[in-house]
Design a protein around this ligand. Structure first.
Ligand code: THU
Length: 254
């Protein structure tokens, strides 16, 4: 891979993955919005569309897996996803491009059960976080763990207050921790409690919808697990995705 990197890109060092897209997407477009262009690449015999080449260094993937503390298969799956998104027109030069690409990579790895953290591990983190709950008034402990698109996990518990109304739910604690650490895209939220399924309250659904239109939400209590999505929990939401932000900005400027 070092030779390929040197000869094809002029960079004389080992790397983990190289991808060579053959489709010339128009600026700002990716495969999903380039149907016509991809039809030109369609190979009826293969019944497939040739998007380009990907080269992965297995020894380098092995080293990285060791460094990150996860399985070699997960690292190779990540590198393959990364290469595939390049072949589909994604890039990571600008900050927002990198965030969007990481989000796609994490989503696709989750879909094939190769996420850096499994659902069960994320559920366990939420259960573990319950023990930090500050609940002298309701005695109802809630723990939440939020998986960011960049692979980081943010945990939160409910923090009650003698004024009652100033209580912060576990989900918002996790979300506010994440946003204040620079994470604004998320893929999965797990919530743990005891006694009954801790589906997020209306306030938390609204606050979450500001950042994650398609968040998966898993709740667990007494060994049981149920699953939904934020879209299902808060349909027709008042959120940036529904264009509300543009309208509000316009109003302020007027
Ligand atoms: N609570 C949460 O932490 N998340 C929710 O979505 C609903 C309620 C907490 C707040 C309070 O400390 C306790 O549960 C009882 O309402």
């Amino acid at each position: 891979i070092r030779a390929a990197n040197r000869e094809l890109r002029g960079v004389d060092r080992v790397t983990d993955v190289l991808s060579f897209p053959t489709v010339q997407y128009s600026p700002g477009s990716t495969a999903g919005s380039s149907t016509k262009l991809l039809q030109l690449e369609w190979n009826a015999e293969e019944c497939a569309c040739f998007l380009g080449d990907i080269m992965i260094s297995v020894p380098q993937a092995r080293r990285q897996a060791l460094e990150y503390g996860h399985m070699e298969a997960r690292e190779i799956a990540y590198l393959l996803a990364h290469g595939l998104f390049h072949l589909m027109g994604y890039d990571h030069e600008k900050d927002w491009e990198r965030t969007a690409m990481r989000h796609k990579e994490e989503q696709s790895l989750q879909a094939v059960g190769m996420a850096r953290i499994t659902d069960e591990e994320l559920l366990q983190r939420a259960r573990d976080t319950m023990k930090h709950a500050y609940v002298p008034y309701s005695h109802y402990r809630v723990g939440a763990s939020l998986l960011a698109a960049d692979g980081r996990v943010f945990d939160g518990c409910n923090v009650e207050n003698a004024s009652y109304g100033l209580t912060n739910c576990a989900e918002r604690t996790a979300l506010f921790k994440a946003v204040s650490e620079g994470a604004t895209q998320f893929t999965t939220l797990t919530i743990a409690a005891e006694g009954f399924p801790p589906w997020p309250c209306g306030a938390c659904r609204q606050v979450l919808s500001e950042f994650c239109a398609n968040l998966r939400v898993l709740v667990t209590h007494d060994g049981k697990v149920e699953q939904s999505t934020l879209q299902e929990l808060l349909p027709h939401s008042f959120s940036p995705a529904s264009g509300v932000q543009t309208v509000l900005k316009g109003t302020r400027n007027d």
